[in-house]
Design a protein around this ligand. Structure first.
Ligand SMILES: Nc1nc2c(c(=O)[nH]1)N[C@H]1C(S)=C(S)[C@@H](COP(=O)(O)OP(=O)(O)OC[C@H]3O[C@@H](n4cnc5c(=O)[nH]c(N)nc54)[C@H](O)[C@@H]3O)O[C@H]1N2
Ligand SMILES: Nc1nc2c(c(=O)[nH]1)N[C@H]1C(S)=C(S)[C@@H](COP(=O)(O)OP(=O)(O)OC[C@H]3O[C@@H](n4cnc5c(=O)[nH]c(N)nc54)[C@H](O)[C@@H]3O)O[C@H]1N2
Ligand SMILES: [Mo]
Length: 847
């Protein structure tokens, strides 16, 4: 088997370095990518890396027939790993497609028909020329800021074929674009945390699992569902975190899990204590705990004095001296629905024991989502265990394997977003300016680079609908550009964004919308021009395994031929460069014609050279050629030192020499910086705000609180079209989880089709009646392919059951502008109308 893979000749790779663009007779344009004879393996086993782990993929007669995990570290199953074949063969965009009116007249493309009108197949060359011409037209007439390429999404892994960065590279070099700030995941937390602890906290290595297993007595999972969310990583998942969850279960430690629904994690930890507050009321519950601790004198005054600022100002609020409301356990109980005794018990338990509080992110994806994590840090400060072994808080153990100790290894390189390109008056590309790129946002969203015409990512519909509007953002003012051209790759806004019907409206504003898409996702169906993109399985690449553990390096070998007319994003953007401004731009984009194997070798060698230069990094890392032919990942050695990593230990040991990055160098329970912003929706200390919609409000616009957590059997919308759907769909709709009492009240039975609706929209779902959700709460997972009965029409019912038709598209607050997808009230009723056939996974008209 191994030998067949070795066929992939390395001589050829060397030869490609010399490749120059070839003139295509057919199209009259240059192209780097003349068709070469394929050397893809037909039979055998190939290793690749995915968000859901390193996979061993079995091929038969050139087709994928099976895929299995490479690392069998734990017994916890990962349903996402077995569906590679469906990810290659189902719901594909086969050919370049252009919406009919757009093709007829791009100057008057009738955007109102987007989504409803048929597509027309065109040649790849014509599509390239069309996009290059219309992009240039938009930039010339309306300026680069009118081109939006923020393009948020969970594109595939791979450091070469990194679709979003490839788009930014193209958009930077060709003249600039409007980007986006932050992300949907931690929109609120990543903005508030730098004010509180001096760094974003959410995307950082956390206290190592071995330390927690050894030293913690009580582990609290606060709104975290790691048995589900640890199935994937931003890079290739290392599959190590599950082994620690197994050990945690076996340890018999006291586990408290706080979630309005009995999550997969609560099912797994069957001895854990489930605390189920009403959604979005955690801050009140935490205040009740804090109030109890304060009054009993059970809090660490010395810690507060040595390591924090502003507790005195906060305590005035806690005791009601500022607003007349003492935040007692009775007060908290009335809001969160947890009885007083339980709140007091939790307070005492946390204080008396070495307690580690791990928070998920769901509760900060809610109205005033800045508050829960700020209040959690405040509570942890009162407990005084931050920086001690097994104590304190974490905002990341449920994500991308944080807490799995970092290994002694090196990091590979990756494609970058380049700098802003400059052109002479004849449109000839003259080079780049490496700094001060005004109209461009570069780099990963994680890194939060603020630039002139970027706006918070989840404000996209608002920005499209209100060009020129100025909003507050973290102490600054941001004015929306007038967007007339959108280019999206590697994301699915019609699944991920809140209030889909507003987005449908907003999507009719720009003149042009282009996508590179692997599948006929709802977002591809709403575009004007769609390039068929290859999936990661149709190209070669390389990726890191383990976001924080730096476990190793995964080869990503091409598994199958490129399907139909699918092209790599890299090729599409290289060809767009040629068509946009000729060979000079193309050369800047491709660094004089580099192909995927050139980049892969270069990126591998970044790590390899580090290893060679650093003798203490002992590994079995081999020269690139050996690595690539071996068909197995590089695994770095573990580090004893990192096994005992305790976050905030340095700060605790010496707060003067190792201060936090806040203005005071301390944990800021009161923030002068935020006080100066003078926002009515985010005060200078953590506080309870009523969400815009919740179960405790006086005049509820609808009856039930909808949670839309991250799906157990998908990565967002990825894999919705696979056979996994047969295992969870009910009556051919996305399931809705309803408490038996609520179901009885509404005369809904298991298996019924349920219409879920509010003033924002309506969807069809399939009933699962279960006491896994508390009364008054329903749950529908996010990441459903929006499937309107009347495509393109505002207000159409979604036949597949996407919860985002019902969510609210307003910001968490003026501070962070995060999305609030876990804040929404909805109604439910048994659906008795006619059966509406599912079209979510089929091609649109004309395709
Ligand atoms: N109601 C509700 N909504 C939510 C959330 C919630 O909790 N509740 N969570 C939010 C969060 S945290 C997130 S991160 C977002 C996720 O939202 P998205 O990241 O948009 O979701 P995905 O389904 O992962 O979309 C990735 C898309 O990229 C495509 N893709 C993959 N690889 C490639 C490639 O190489 N090239 C190209 N061109 N395309 C590629 C996939 O086919 C897929 O369509 O959803 C948000 N929305
Ligand atoms: N299998 C799988 N894993 C994933 C993803 C996926 O799509 N599928 N997506 C990845 C991404 S991009 C991200 S950002 C992370 C998301 O990680 P999280 O944001 O932590 O995930 P969620 O599922 O939104 O929320 C976690 C839990 O919080 C609960 N919750 C919701 N609202 C509240 C509340 O008000 N109070 C309390 N106490 N609990 C609440 C939910 O019921 C859920 O069980 O997951 C990552 N991992
Ligand atoms: Mo996310």
């Amino acid at each position: 088997m191994q030998e067949t893979i070795n066929r992939r000749g390395f001589l050829k790779i060397g030869a490609t370095l010399a490749t120059v663009p070839v003139f295509s007779q057919l199209s009259g344009t240059y192209s780097l990518f003349a068709k070469e004879p394929s050397d893809v393996l037909k039979n055998g086993e190939v290793i690749t890396g995915t968000h859901w782990g390193v996979l061993k993929v079995t091929l038969k007669d050139g087709k994928v027939i099976d895929s299995k995990p490479f690392f069998n570290t734990s017994k916890i199953p990962n349903s996402l790993q077995g569906n590679t074949a469906d990810m290659i063969y189902k719901s594909r965009v086969k050919y370049p497609m252009v919406r009919k009116s757009y093709l007829e007249n791009p100057n008057d493309p009738k955007p109102a028909l987007r989504g409803s009108e048929e597509f027309v197949r065109v040649s790849y060359e014509d599509a390239i020329k069309l996009v290059a011409r219309e992009l240039k037209k938009t930039r010339t007439q309306k300026g680069p800021a009118s081109v939006f390429a923020g393009s948020y999404g969970w594109k595939s892994v791979g450091n070469v074929h990194n679709s979003r960065i490839l788009l930014h590279r193209f958009m930077n070099l060709s003249g600039g674009f409007t980007g986006s700030l932050g992300d949907y995941s931690t929109g609120a937390s990543q903005i508030i945390m730098p004010h509180v602890i001096g760094s974003i906290g959410v995307y950082e290595q956390q206290t190592s699992w071995p330390v927690i297993l050894e030293h913690s007595n009580v582990v609290v999972l606060w709104g975290a569902n790691p048995i589900s969310t640890l199935k994937i990583s931003w890079q290739v998942d290392d599959a190590q975190a599950f082994a620690y969850l197994e050990k945690l279960k076996a340890s018999g430690k006291k586990l408290i899990i706080i979630d309005p629904r009995r999550s997969e994690t609560i099912h797994y930890f069957d001895k854990a204590r489930w605390i189920s507050p009403l959604p979005n009321t955690d801050v009140a519950m935490m205040l009740g705990i804090a109030n109890h601790l304060y009054k009993k004198g059970k809090y660490d005054k010395e810690f507060l004095e040595t390591y924090t600022v502003g507790f005195d100002r906060f305590s005035e609020y806690l005791l009601g001296k500022t607003d007349g409301i003492d935040k007692t356990t009775a007060w908290a109980s009335r809001i969160c629905g947890i009885d007083e005794k339980t709140i007091q018990e939790l307070a005492e338990l946390f204080f008396e024991n070495r307690t580690f509080m791990m928070s998920g992110w769901g509760m900060q994806r809610a109205h005033h989502g800045e508050q829960p994590h700020w209040m959690l840090v405040t509570l942890a400060s009162m407990l005084g265990q931050i920086g001690l072994q097994g104590g304190g808080f974490s905002l990341g153990h449920h994500y991308s394997g944080a807490g799995v100790p970092t290994r002694k290894g090196a990091t590979i390189g990756g494609i970058n977003a380049a700098s802003l390109g400059y052109f002479d008056e004849n449109g000839k590309f003259i080079g780049t300016k490496s700094s001060g790129n005004d109209a461009a946002s570069t780099g990963e969203s994680w890194k939060l680079k603020v630039s002139a015409s970027s706006f918070p990512v989840a404000r996209i519909a608002d920005a499209l609908l209100h060009p020129g509007k100025t909003i507050h953002h973290n102490g600054k003012m941001i004015t929306y550009p007038d967007i007339d051209f959108i280019y999206w790759v590697g994301g699915n806004p019609f699944s991920h964004h809140q209030n889909t019907n507003e987005l449908v409206k907003a999507w009719k504003k720009p003149r042009t919308i282009v996508m590179n898409s692997i599948y006929w996702t709802p977002s591809a169906k709403m575009a004007d021009i769609v390039f068929p993109a290859t999936s990661q399985y149709e190209r070669n690449d390389i990726a890191m395994i383990g976001d924080y553990s730096k476990h190793g390096i995964s080869p990503m070998k091409q598994l199958v031929e490129k399907q139909f007319e699918a092209k790599d994003d890299y090729q599409i953007f290289s060809d767009l460069c040629l068509a946009y401004a000729g060979k000079e731009l193309f050369n800047a984009y491709t660094e004089n014609g580099k192909k995927e194997m050139d980049w892969i070798e270069e990126y591998y060698n970044v790590a390899y050279n580090t290893i060679l230069k650093t003798p203490q990094l002992v590994t079995d890392m081999k020269p690139f050629k050996v690595f690539w032919s071996e068909n197995k990942p590089v695994v770095f050695n573990s580090s004893m030192e990192n096994e005992s990593f305790v976050k905030f230990k340095d700060f605790r040991d010496d707060p003067i020499l190792q201060p936090l990055g806040t203005p005071s160098g301390m944990i800021e329970i009161y923030s002068d910086t935020i006080a100066k912003m003078n926002y009515d929706d985010c005060k200078a200390y953590p506080s309870w705000f009523e969400p815009i919609e919740w179960l405790g409000m006086k005049q509820k616009p609808a009856e039930f609180h909808m949670l839309s957590p991250h799906p157990y059997d998908r990565l967002h919308s990825q894999q919705n079209q696979t056979r996994l759907r047969d295992t969870y769909a009910v009556a051919n709709h996305e399931p809705i989880y309803i408490n038996p009492k609520d179901a009885a009240k509404k005369q809904i039975k298991n298996g019924d089709t349920v219409r879920v609706f509010n003033a924002r929209g309506e969807i069809l779902t399939g009933a699962v009646v279960t006491d896994d959700v508390i009364e008054g709460v329903i749950c529908i997972y996010e990441g459903v392919w929006y499937d309107p009965e009347k495509p393109g029409a505002v207000g159409s019912i979604c036949k597949n059951g996407s919860p985002n038709l019902l969510t609210i598209d307003i910001p968490t607050s003026k501070l962070a502008n995060g999305n609030i997808s876990h804040t929404a009230l909805v109604n439910i009723e048994k659906y008795t109308g006619k059966t509406l056939p599912l079209t979510a996974f089929s091609a649109p008209k004309g395709a």
